[in-house]
Write a protein that binds this ligand. Sequence first.
Ligand SMILES: [Zn+2]
Length: 372
Amino acid sequence: MHGGFHPKSSTLRLYASCKEGGRGLVSVRATIQDETSKTHKYIKDKAPTDDVLSECLRQWRTEDEMLEDGPSWEDKPLHGMYHRNITEVADLNKSYQWLERAGLKDSTEALILAAQEQALSTRAIEAQIYHTRQDPRCRLCKEAPETVQHITAGCKMLAGKAYMERHNQVAGIVYRNICAEYGLETPRSKWETPPKVVENERAKILWDFQIQTDRMVMANQPDIVVVDKEQRKAVVVDVAIPSDGNIRKKEHEKLEKYQGLREELEKAWKVKATVVPVVIGALGAVTPKLEEWLRQIPGITSDISVQKSAVLGNSKDTAQNPQAPCAEPSSSLASGRGPELGKGMRPPAEGENRVCMREREREREREQKLAS
Ligand SMILES: [Zn+2]
């Protein structure tokens, strides 16, 4: 299926509906069950007027209870671990909505689900589950066990660049929507770092700006600050993409963190200030509150847009891991980084515009050479 399904991914999940986090395929089993129950219904309806059917019904009564649901992927120890982890902290419908609404390629979708299911051959899985390796520690930082959670949100070696990039992509979406709302010039490409300050007569937007306050506050450099001059309102926005099980904790943390700054801004700028955390799990989990938070930010930012960006941002990290379990993993994550990015074992995902662009550039160069 052209990478549309990871070989170690959950087959049960293939047949669960997208709304419940599955791939939404119709199984033969479900089709038969569906047909059977329809036939049963027909027979039940017609039995009172037909002797043959009523006899049929009498015999079937005993077999009726046979139609039971099979095991579910959510109960599987590894495949269902992510699902169980986020059940308490996340809005499940929203957390899986990207499966239906983000329009990702099959292969990208497969990779992210495989990551959720711990189906990727990380070192921790190799050491603890397959027993093909002794050392479960991360190949980059050599500190923590190399789990999917560690790769997507916990490795200090990735924090500086990969996580930062993913974070800035998400913050950038919010930023551009705010600019559009106030008629301010938006950065041309999504890879362009926005200017620290943009301003017109209606609003002022600060990007990653260290704000000087009368009283020292520890957290004074949020991702975005918007000041609406007409309404005398300020919104402090901070983005985080933590491990999916931590989304609720992170939301609280961000909210607390900027209260000092909020008070100082209200005093100094004479505005009504609010703090808005935008928190999305590295593999797409979102809290029930995300939509409400996004509504408090000027401009229109949909939850699916930021969610898609977060999920894609990290398919790049996990993508360095082997798709097929037989591939040699040691080279993939460590050396897959840098300019060679995208020469991985799968077609480039939607989020990899930059790689595509680079390839297009190379192609153009080649064409020019040929022409001259
Ligand atoms: Zn690490």
